[in-house]
Design a protein around this ligand. Structure first.
Ligand code: AR6
Length: 180
């Protein structure tokens, strides 16, 4: 599914983010940038050791922020490591932190002249964020950003598995209804 926002696109696909040819892909990292399972593990495996080398030099990243490294052996030139919140019931500032994690990636992309970026569904795996709520935050944040920042031409969400894709699709359809 794809939505046009002025001259830019906000797109949903089902797939594996490590195979994307966007200029940058985002990672759902932890604050130590130490690697792990899920999408983080997949990105480090596919991209090779150069990514972890840079992560070690950077040292860490607070929750709600993001840092940029090389894409190593990936097709994407850069990985932007975003640290989403661990979900603890929803009253611990999780929504603001999740929004801030996406915004940090988008600001880095704008500053670096990166025109296309792929996102995984940050925080909705090991970190336990309910996907309906998380998808609304992810998609509204990106939609709003594209309305102000036409320098980014493509934001693509790469959803792992059909259930995740369907959840994002439902939210994006609802947003379209509300906004158009
Ligand atoms: N491509 C796209 N999405 C993927 C892929 C992939 N190859 N693999 C998994 N997903 P998670 P989090 C989806 O747990 O919740 C790590 O250990 C997955 O189905 O990767 O932010 C880090 O080091 C889910 O929808 O990230 C942190 O410690 C989404 O990616 C912690 O997990 C996010 O799930 C971060 O937890």
């Amino acid at each position: 599914m794809k939505v046009k926002i002025d001259s830019s696109s906000l797109e949903l696909v089902q797939g594996d983010i490590t195979q994307q040819e966007t200029e940058a892909i985002a990672n759902a990292a932890n604050s130590r940038l130490a690697g792990g399972g899920g999408v983080d593990g997949a990105i480090h495996r596919a991209g090779g050791p150069a990514i972890m080398e840079e992560c070690r030099k950077i040292g860490g990243c607070p929750t709600g922020h993001a840092v940029l490294t090389t894409g190593g052996n990936l097709k994407a030139k850069y990985v932007i490591h975003a640290v989403g919140p661990i979900y603890r019931g929803g009253n611990k500032g999780e929504a603001e932190l999740l929004k801030s994690a996406y915004l940090s990636c988008l600001k880095i992309a704008s500053e670096r002249g990166i025109k296309s970026i792929a996102f995984p569904s940050i925080s909705t795996g090991v970190y336990g964020y309910p996907i309906d709520e998380a998808s609304r935050i992810a998609l509204t944040t990106c939609w709003d950003y594209l309305m102000e920042h036409q320098e980014i031409e493509l934001i693509r969400f790469v959803l792992f598995g059909e259930a995740n894709y369907r959840a994002y699709e439902k939210t994006l359809k609802a947003l379209e209804q509300e906004r158009r």
